[in-house]
Design a protein around this ligand. Structure first.
Ligand SMILES: [Zn+2]
Length: 462
């Protein structure tokens, strides 16, 4: 029941002792766990709503203390899985829209031949009403992260305030992490890639390029080399970007075999589907180190939903690096916004949870002085948080590698001091979670440098 808590924090199994208060319902639905947290799943108390926007039953009063364990009226691991796999959104879509809507949306989002003007008009129509969506939370959803903090706090309180050691989220005690990814959509994007690399380089920020293997443009060795030579990363984007990758299981199986071959051929560690289409239940066929197709909150994407976390997580053997900021395309053409306000706000919300900033921009859309100015502003902002707030700015494959290593490390006690064991542990830092009143706080353990930028922001959780 507590497996997600020990995986999230990488703390010892005995630090988290949770039990169910009783049998779970047959049906799954929405309920509340305090004012901040919306859950989706089965529960052992009250009712479960079919939609997130109506009144929701709050299970807070049904939590019980039992010896050293906390009894919950729901299974947090089930709730977290429902978010990671976006099962709540799939259940919602079945009742509402149907596949015809999805296919129509797909068409407008993937057609490169329609002019941007026509496409953005059609997309505005198909996305209308997104501002009224009650869940996930716009512009960043941290439901999973707040749930984890709250369970950690309950666990500490149950154990009479004993602080809990865990393996800190990022190497060398970094406060958060940031990655920049570029999806190359057309020949235009291929031609403009070098220009984007110049801009990135001037800020010392490396990026990954997601390249479409078939139909859109021809992928030359020289092009791939031009990316790798400059310290950037090549990934596979979809197969041919026609919007049908996940429409049909048979078709997917045929396509994924090709996608995996292109991955090997490119030496790619990561995969992203066209227009962030996804079906996590099929991800086990993707032969990559990581996927980066799942939005945190997908209000402006044709496939609605969102994984509701700003941390990487595992989908089977794949590391998922969720997309946690709004894409340049949506910002410029759907919101008609060339300011940095939205990105700034998202970055702030992500860093409050020590999460991962994952940016998608396209060489195809950073075309004029106005777009370039906005993009340069974003790079400057990432450079600033790197320096002032000790954020780790790196390539996605490095984040995936670290997350995999951290997931394999063990927290052990040596001579009365906690340390991490396993490959990569020389970069790991042990931190402590403690409860100061109703606030969950993190602090340093041992002699290593930790959070040069000062103590992390605390969160009121109880
Ligand atoms: Zn694309």
């Amino acid at each position: 029941m507590a497996s997600f808590l020990t995986e999230y924090f990488r703390c010892a199994a005995h630090s988290a002792d949770f039990q169910l208060t009783g049998g779970l319902s047959q049906d799954a639905g929405y309920f509340r766990f305090g004012p901040e947290i919306v859950c989706y799943g089965r529960s052992a108390a009250g009712y479960r709503a079919r939609r997130p926007d109506g009144p929701l039953y709050d299970v807070s009063a049904d939590v019980r203390n039992h010896g050293s364990s906390v009894q919950l009226p729901f299974d947090p691991s089930e709730v977290v899985t429902n978010f990671h796999y976006e099962r709540y959104a799939i259940a919602g879509a079945k009742g509402r829209t149907g596949t015809a809507r999805l296919v129509r949306d797909a068409y407008y989002f993937v057609r490169p031949l329609l002019s941007v003007h026509v496409r953005k008009h059609l997309q505005k129509v198909s996305l209308s009403g997104w501002r009224n969506l009650a869940f996930p939370n716009w512009p960043v959803d941290t439901t999973v992260d707040v749930l984890m903090e709250k369970l950690m706090a309950l666990s500490i309180r149950q154990r009479e305030g004993a602080k809990v050691p865990f393996i800190w989220f990022w190497p060398e005690g970094k406060n958060g992490c940031a990655i920049v990814t570029h999806d190359v959509e057309t020949q235009d994007g291929v031609d403009r890639s070098a220009r984007l690399m110049d801009m990135n380089e001037s800020f010392g920020i490396p990026a990954s390029f997601q390249v479409i293997p078939e139909k859109r443009y021809s992928v030359s060795e020289a092009y791939l080399d031009s990316i790798r030579r400059r310290g950037c990363e090549v990934n596979v984007q979809d197969l041919n970007h026609d919007g049908h990758l996940y429409c049909d299981r048979r078709k997917f199986e045929r396509r994924v075999a090709k996608i995996n071959r292109y991955g090997k051929h490119y030496g790619a560690a990561g995969f992203r589907a066209g227009v962030l289409y996804r079906n996590q239940e099929w991800f086990d066929l993707l032969d990559f180190d990581y996927d980066t197709s799942v939005p945190n909150v997908a209000h402006l994407d044709p496939q609605r939903g969102g994984c509701c976390t700003v941390m990487p997580y595992f989908i089977g053997k794949l590391v998922e690096l969720p997309v946690t900021t709004t894409q340049d395309y949506s910002l410029f053409y759907i919101l008609n916004d060339y300011s940095l306000q939205l990105w700034e706000r998202q970055i702030e919300l992500i860093l409050r949870k020590h999460g991962m900033i994952n940016v998608i921009t396209h060489p195809d859309y950073i075309t004029g002085p106005r777009e370039e100015k906005t993009y340069a502003g974003l790079l400057a902002m990432l450079d600033r948080v790197r320096q002032e707030r000790n954020v780790w700015v790196t390539l996605p494959r490095e984040v995936s590698k670290w997350w995999r290593q951290r997931s394999q490390m063990q927290l052990v006690q040596k001579d009365g001091e906690w340390c991490a064991e396993g490959p990569g542990n020389e970069r790991a830092v042990v931190a402590y979670a403690s409860l100061e009143g109703e606030v969950l706080a993190y602090s340093q353990a041992g002699p290593r440098a930790f959070l040069k930028s000062g103590p992390p922001q605390s969160t009121r959780v109880l």
